[in-house]
Each structure stands twice: as C-alpha cells, then as structure tokens.
Design a protein around this ligand. Structure first.
Ligand code: SF4
Length: 453
C-alpha cells in the first residue's frame, strides 16, 4: 500500500451477468487491499472502471454507452483515469483503442487480477495502454474479493469459461474453455461468505452441471452441493444456469431431499424445434427436453422453473416459431427470458444462411413475452393463500411503509419481488409469508412467522 493510493478513490460499474460481477468484486478486492478507497459516486472518483459485457448486440451497446457516459466525468468530475475491463476489450481491442481515445487503459478477461499493478504502471507511462492476453485464468480463494451485493446474499462462481459449442455463442472465445475451481477452495470461499453474513449462495458458472469433469480428482456438482449444505448459517443454495442434459437423477433427488436447496432451477433451453436445436449445436432435442421437464414437475411439483429462449435464429421458420410459442404456453415456466438472435462475428451461426430480419425477430420476441406474461400471472395466482419463505431485502422503492423481499423461488436481480404489507422484520431475515395477492411478476403477502435465524 502506498500513501498516494490512499488518496485515490475508485468507482466501478459492472455490466452483464453475475459472473462478470464476481470479476468486478475481485478487482475491488485487489484495489482495496492496495489502499484505494472505493466509492459509489463516480463524480468523486479519481479512477473509474467499467467492467463490460459483449455477449450480444444489446450488451455491447450498453457497454459503449456506459463508457461514453462515464468519460464525461473526466470533464465534470475528478476522474483522471478511465479503465475498461472484461469481455468487450477482450473481443474488440483494436476497434476500441481506435474509437475510444477517452479510455486510458483496456484490460482483458484474463488480466483483471493485475488491476492494481496495471494502475501503478500507468503512472509512469503516457498514452493508452492495453493488457489483453490469454483469457484462460481462474481465480482462487487467495484473490481478495470485496462483495458488492447485500450482506445476506452472494454469488459463488464455481467455474470459468465454457466448453460447450453453441453455434451462436462467443463466450468460449472470450472466457476460454471450462475450468472448474477445486472443491476445497470453493468450500473455503463459501464458508467465508457465510461467516461474512451471506445466508443465500447463488451457484453460478456458464454451465454448473459440468462442474468437476475437468478436475484431476473428479467430483460433481452433486458432491459440491452435499458439502455446501453442511455449512452452518447457510439457509439457501440456489442453482443457476444448468445445461438440460446435465441434470441428473441424483441432482433431482438431492433437490428433493435437501431443504437448503431452493426449489428453483434455471435451465436455458434456447428452443424446442429439433432442427433449430441441432443448428444451435445444442445437445438433446425436443423429446429429451420434454422428458426432463415432466420428470422435474413430477418429482418437484413446487419447483420454480426459469429458462431463456432465442427467437430469430438463422433458419427459424414460421412453423418453428409457432412450435416455440405453443411450447411456452404448454410448459408453464415460472420465469422466462427471451433474446432476439444476435449475429456475432466469429461464431458459426453468423455464417449460416437464412438469417431472419430484425423486424421478424422483434415481432416474435413480443409474442413470446406477451404469452409468458399471461403464464406468469397464472402461475403467481396459484400461490395466493399459500405460504412462501421470503428473505427480507429492505423498504420498497415506492414507500418506507412497505417492506420488500424475495421468496426462495425468486433469484436476485432477474426475478420479481414480494411486497410485504403486514409484519416486521430486519433486512436479511427469512420469514414465512402468507400470499394475499399477485401481479404478472410480483407477489404480495403478510408475515406470519417470526424470523428464523
Ligand atoms: S453453454 Fe452454450 S450458450 Fe452457454 S456459455 Fe456455453 S457456449 Fe455459450
């Protein structure tokens, strides 16, 4: 730590998915360790870092807009150093260096743990710098991490990269092939997060079901979960991003018997038409997907299922789309995200014939969203007069008279909320609510139990 670092304030904006957020938290950990002060007010920051995403067109545009917006702080704030990290520079370093002279340093997906050294180095070097090398890095528990999520919740990133070959996806090129983190290290980090106040751990990776296959001693997601549930003080374990063919019978049985595992599963399915799934390079087709959903509903009737779909993939016909729309109605997902296919250079799908027009993609997107709003509303209505375990998150954005929270079947940031109209509890308490009303995506209820500790 140097005296000059103590005077420097750093602000971080992290875009994209929770996996990216964990990288941002590791960078903040390194900077904090070196004596930088962290601020959430960009106007008073000497250094601003934008941790970017470049998964699809919208994500890239959002990243560029954020960079241009924050570049203004060099004029109307204290900012002396604007740094861009993550997927965007990993993918477009030449173009960004040319088009964004306001940016002082670009850092790739494999170099972010060196952030403090990079800033120190910049002091002696004029001009724009870039540190963009091999993306095949994996962080271990020795990396400091400054959590940015509320005290009671945390993400546990169990692996980095991806070795699936979905034809539309650029992630493996930006993040390298799948690398599981050793189990002992993950357990150590999980215990630390719980000791620091986390009651909920959200297990993430590009594909959590592949966990352990690349580890020298083996191990599986189920082995990891069996250890996680023994951590005292941990109440909820949530499984996000499960590849459908990796959901084993033993995982289903574990979810059925272990109370700490939230009855929630995020399974990105992308489509239901066999010929589209095949062109997407996905493993498994319609029959396998339907069999899996039936099995999950049979064994875990209270499970909240989330999926994501892509509309407008090259070659998607009206008939394929009708099938998908019908499937959304039929499958009754509790939560669903839809993306318009984004043509990403460097991926096989970008070269495919029969690209679908933007107008048709938007139209299909709207139809799916409209159908799902109806489905979600119906699914939520079924919960009225029932009971839900809810983690209290604070006052609602509208009024200090109303508490809000999330049920065990709602993931942070992406799903709805529960509004609490009666009863008292502290932030981070887990209480039982009687559900009294609902909307398309949110629930309303009253506390009926004392907080459990
Ligand atoms: S599973 Fe497919 S879509 Fe997901 S990150 Fe890997 S390659 Fe991309």
């Amino acid at each position: 730590m140097t005296d000059s670092n103590e005077l420097q304030k750093v602000s971080m904006v992290s875009l994209g998915c929770p996996k990216n957020l964990v990288d941002a938290e590791v960078m903040l950990g390194f900077l904090n360790r070196e004596g930088y002060e962290i601020t959430t007010d960009e106007k008073e920051a000497d250094i601003i870092i934008v941790n970017t995403c470049s998964f699809i067109k919208e994500a890239k545009q959002e990243s560029i807009d954020a960079i241009l917006d924050l570049a203004d702080r060099k004029h109307d704030g204290r900012c002396k150093l604007l740094i861009v990290t993550g997927c965007l520079p990993q993918r477009y370093q030449e173009e960004l260096c040319r088009e964004l002279p306001e940016v002082d340093i670009f850092v790739g997906t494999g170099d972010y743990p060196k952030i403090a050294e990079i800033i120190a180095e910049k002091k002696d070097m004029p001009g724009q710098l870039r540190y963009i090398g091999d993306p095949n890095l994996i962080y271990d528990e020795n990396f400091p991490r400054l959590k940015s999520t509320p005290l009671y919740t945390a993400y546990l990133k169990i692996a980095e990269g991806c070795s699936n070959c979905c034809s539309y996806c650029i992630i493996p090129a930006l993040r390298g092939s799948y690398r599981s983190r050793p189990m002992e290290r993950l357990l150590e980090e999980a215990r630390e997060l719980v000791a620091g106040g986390a009651r909920e751990l959200n297990v993430i990776a590009q594909d959590i079901t592949r966990y352990g296959k690349d580890l020298p001693g083996g191990g599986t997601l189920e082995d990891l979960i069996r250890e996680l549930v023994t951590i005292e003080g941990l109440s909820w374990i949530r499984l996000l991003y499960a590849y459908p063919d990796g959901i084993t019978e033993s995982l289903i049985q574990l979810m059925k018997t272990e109370d700490k595992i939230c009855k929630y599963l995020d399974i990105p399915l992308q489509h239901i038409s066999d010929h589209i799934l095949e062109k997407m390079g996905r493993r498994g087709g319609e029959a396998e997907i339907r069999a899996l959903l039936a099995r999950l509903r049979e064994e875990l009737p209270e499970l909240a299922l989330r999926t994501s779909l892509i509309v407008g993939f090259p070659g998607e016909t009206d008939e394929d789309f009708r099938k998908l729309l019908h499937f959304v109605e039929e499958a009754q997902f509790d939560r669903l995200g839809v993306f318009c296919y984004s043509k990403e250079e460097g991926t096989p799908a970008a070269e495919m014939a029969n690209q679908v027009s933007e107008r048709v993609k938007r139209d299909r997107y709207k139809k799916i969203m409209k159908t799902q709003a109806r489905v979600s509303f119906k699914r939520n209505r079924r919960l009225i007069d029932g009971f839900e375990r809810v983690i209290v998150e604070g006052y609602s954005d509208e009024t200090d008279l109303l508490l809000k929270g999330r049920s065990s079947r709602q993931a942070p940031d992406i799903d709805g909320q529960v509004y609490i109209t009666a009863g008292n509890a502290m932030v981070g308490d887990i209480v039982t609510l009687k559900i009294t009303d609902s909307s398309d995506y949110d629930l309303i209820g009253e506390i009926v139990s004392d907080p459990c500790t």
